[in-house]
Design a protein around this ligand. Sequence first.
Ligand code: PMP
Length: 401
Amino acid sequence: MMKNPYSKDFPQLNNGSVYLDTAATSLKPNSVIEAVNHYNRDLSSNIHRGMYEAAVETTELYESTRETVAKFLHAKTDEIIYTRGTTSSLNLVAYAYGLENLKAGDEIIVSELEHHSSFLPWQFVAKKTGAILKFVELNEEGRITVEAFKKVLSTKTKVVALTYVSNVMGYITPMKEIISLSHQYNAICVVDAAQAVQHIEIDVTALDCDFLAFSGHKMLGPTGIGILYGKQKLLNIMEPFEYGGDMNDDVNKDISEWKTGPQKFEAGTMPIASVIGLQKAIEYIENIGLSTISEYIDKLQRYALAQLKQIEGVKIYNPTSETGIITFNIETVPSHDAISFLAEKNIAIRAGQHCAKLICDWLGIYSCLRASIYIYNSYTDVDIFIEGIKEAVAYFKKLGF
Ligand code: PMP
């Protein structure tokens, strides 16, 4: 069987584990690890402040990463804001745009597929402003469809906050059509791209989304860095979300002024090492190409699903998943018991509600298992995983589960 050409770039794989938990966080390639180390080892200094060599190089790397992200998303550099992660990005939009622009009776469209970080900020905004949450009805597979979306869209809709790829079902939302329809009603669209950006090409200009959020750590980058893309005209009318150093232009006892552009939203010392690492993560993905990545993942996923379907006692919830996410249960076995068994065999998958309780409710389950595949996984990983599941089924059956 063909050897995986990428696994050698991921040193954590040397620990012998079968890592199928990328949807929680990805492994990091050597180039990302080295970039983070380079900053910590050789460059430690703050940005936009010092004139000494390390500070200048650090500022250059920090700002050139912004250009890399902008090109990656087909955005303008000034539309790229650094945050702590998807959660921070989505909260920033809810606080700085939602609280200011929504009023009682306005409607916010969400779905049961949302991760808590794409749902709870809007539940909070609804509570504070009197706006109403509307849920797109999912189809029988658990997907958001354009037809169902049209049924909840109205002149009252002001915000559409949807996941581009569900972290539980792995489906791709038909976002372009949804955004185009939303704009006909003057609603803005906030896209949670945390599980999309590492799988599908995102062109925010063609997509025409108003805001889009993702995390570095799910796309081969370091933790602690996220991106918020926002249309310039919206960012310009928004107040800062956090106040402090580096985001102000002039500070006075009575009134102060803010910087324009992304810096208005980047108060205090930012996660500089992680920003620098993110640039290398994007370069790594671009060097392989997202179409090559998704083709490979698709093959591996189909290989895994074909075998998993044959195992009696396994229930798969998303057999038509499109992004390497396989969600299932060993029927009658609590998911945390199942992952403990697999962990003993060095197989890393996740159990629980995946910060997406509403979709677990929709599926009628308390929790589930999730295996997620990425570019560094191999056919051997899948074989070991399938063998582990077979052994788990037999083991728990023997115990009377
Ligand atoms: N949205 C989705 C779809 C996710 O999968 C996640 C992470 N599980 C998040 C948002 C939140 O990302 P973070 O924890 O990096 O802020």
